[in-house]
Design a protein around this ligand. Structure first.
Ligand code: PDD
Length: 292
């Protein structure tokens, strides 16, 4: 175990190199316009959890913003797996991003000859067991983002402002809403439980279709927990029996207080706990007997 943080080898344009040898050009479009896309993939016991789903979503995001990734799916899998091995990463994540390349600043796409820039690094950290077991507080904020939230875009200013506002209110996550309809968290999906049924925003242009969200919904179906992928209001949120957030880094984290109001009895609820245990089973199935 090398301690928490970014480990030294990175991927830069298809090669594994030392982090210190990488220099981002000042005219990289990711840097200047946020013109690019990214993924965060979780690694447990050295194995990419739902790696295929994340890599597929990377290609989907790229295609939605007309960005070309000059590597095949298999080349991407091989590169990322090699990076994890080289960095001896056991538990943590891979961050991978693709930008529209380096070109003199101009809003128009650069000429087709300009190469996209693919980079990736790994970060070591363990599961956030304290928040998973005790839950977190959240703050509601207006969703001020663009209308392609299904794209995992580098443009995260709306998300950054939402998260900072939650943090300054002593909360862990922001719950965003558009005119009173809950969309998603600043870096997570949000679900509520009402009368034993799990409700979450449908996967459309207003949210990122989270991979943990998808795994969670599948486990609901396999375990006969009713699901409803439908929008819900701030009133539904505040009256819910349980609330939880899902994301690659937070897994399934209970939300026990919103805007100072206690949800349920202020403790992680029974359905949330069941879903957490099904999620752990999925981790074990894919990545071996990972345990806390
Ligand atoms: N965020 N919605 C938003 C806006 C997100 O940024 C994320 C993930 C999710 C959950 O997606 P997934 O279950 O695939 O992680 C939903 C990542 C972790 C991040 O930006 O760090």
């Amino acid at each position: 175990m090398r301690g928490v943080g970014i480990v030294m080898k990175v991927i830069w344009q298809g090669n594994i190199v030392d982090r210190m040898d990488v220099h981002v050009d000042i005219e990289d479009r990711g840097y200047q316009f946020g013109d690019g896309i990214y993924e965060v993939i979780r690694v447990y016991k050295g194995c990419l959890f739902t790696g295929k789903e994340h890599i597929n979503r990377l290609y989907e995001s790229a295609s939605k913003v007309r960005l070309h990734i000059p590597y095949s799916f298999q080349q991407m899998v091989d590169m990322l797996t090699r990076l994890v091995k080289e960095n001896e990463l056991q538990n943590g994540s891979i961050y991978v991003q693709v930008t529209r390349g380096v070109s003199p600043r101009n809003h128009l796409f650069p000429p087709a000859t300009v190469e996209t820039i693919l980079s990736a690094y790994t970060k070591e950290f363990s599961r956030p067991v304290e928040t998973i077991y005790n839950g977190v507080k959240a703050k509601t904020v207006e969703d001020i983002r663009w209308l392609k939230c299904d794209v995992k875009s580098l443009n995260l200013l709306g998300n950054v402002l939402a998260k900072q506002s939650a943090y300054e209110a002593g909360c862990f996550e922001a719950i965003q809403h558009r005119i009173g309809m809950v969309t998603e968290g600043s870096a997570s999906n949000i679900a509520i439980v009402v009368d034993g049924k799990v409700k979450t925003h449908p996967a459309n242009h207003l949210i990122l279709n989270g991979i943990v969200r998808q795994v969670m919904l599948q486990t609901c179906v396999s375990n006969h927990i009713q699901v409803d992928e439908a929008p819900f209001t701030l009133e539904d949120l505040m009256r819910a029996d349980e609330i939880f957030m899902t994301s690659t880094t937070s897994e399934i984290t209970p939300i026990v207080e919103v805007d100072g109001t206690i949800i349920g009895n202020g403790m992680p609820g029974p359905i949330t706990k069941k879903l957490q245990s099904y999620y752990e089973e999925e981790i074990k199935k894919q990545c071996g007997s990972y345990c806390l």
